[in-house]
Design a protein around this ligand. Structure first.
Ligand SMILES: [Cu+2]
Length: 157
């Protein structure tokens, strides 16, 4: 197993609400999970994944201690009904970013292990095809973050 690379430096410098793999240049910007009703045992994580390297990167799965199962999903329209479909891999092309957002691609979190509320952090580790991992600490929010609210919450630390 390759060692986990934590983000010390980024080609972008320090960006609020971001985690990145310094070596691969993969960055997750503003990862978040929407607070789910207490009886709902699944949820989804959204973020912008940015690949600043010269190589395409492929996310093939993930793990979380807070959820029993982590999948990559996309959303498709079938007879005007939105349906989620698991996809085996998510390619982040070189020098490009892919946005994971409600109604589109998302990291599906299944089999919740305990209740999660707004303000909690969920640990998710994304698995890359080359063996590297991108560990994320994802905040549970009541609503989708904006650049401003994210910056403001940072001042409370
Ligand atoms: Cu899903």
């Amino acid at each position: 197993m390759k060692k986990i690379l934590l983000a010390f430096t980024c080609l972008y410098g320090v960006t609020i609400g971001s985690t990145c793999l310094a070596e691969t240049g993969l960055m997750a910007h503003q990862p978040w999970v929407r607070e789910a009703p207490p009886n709902m045992t699944m949820n989804a994580a959204y973020m912008e994944l940015r690949n600043d390297s010269d190589n395409d990167l492929m996310i093939v799965g993930g793990q979380s201690k807070d959820f029993g199962k982590v999948e990559i999903h996309t959303t498709v329209l079938e007879n005007d009904v939105a349906k989620m479909l698991p996809i085996p891999k998510l390619v982040i092309p070189a020098k490009k970013s892919v946005t994971l957002a409600p109604g589109g691609i998302h990291i599906m979190l299944l089999n919740r292990q305990h209740e999660v509320k707004t303000g909690d952090k969920i640990d998710i580790t994304l698995q890359l095809k080359d063996g590297q991992t991108l560990p994320l600490s994802v905040e549970v929010k009541a609503a989708a973050p904006t650049a401003e609210t994210d910056g403001m919450s940072e001042h409370h630390h």
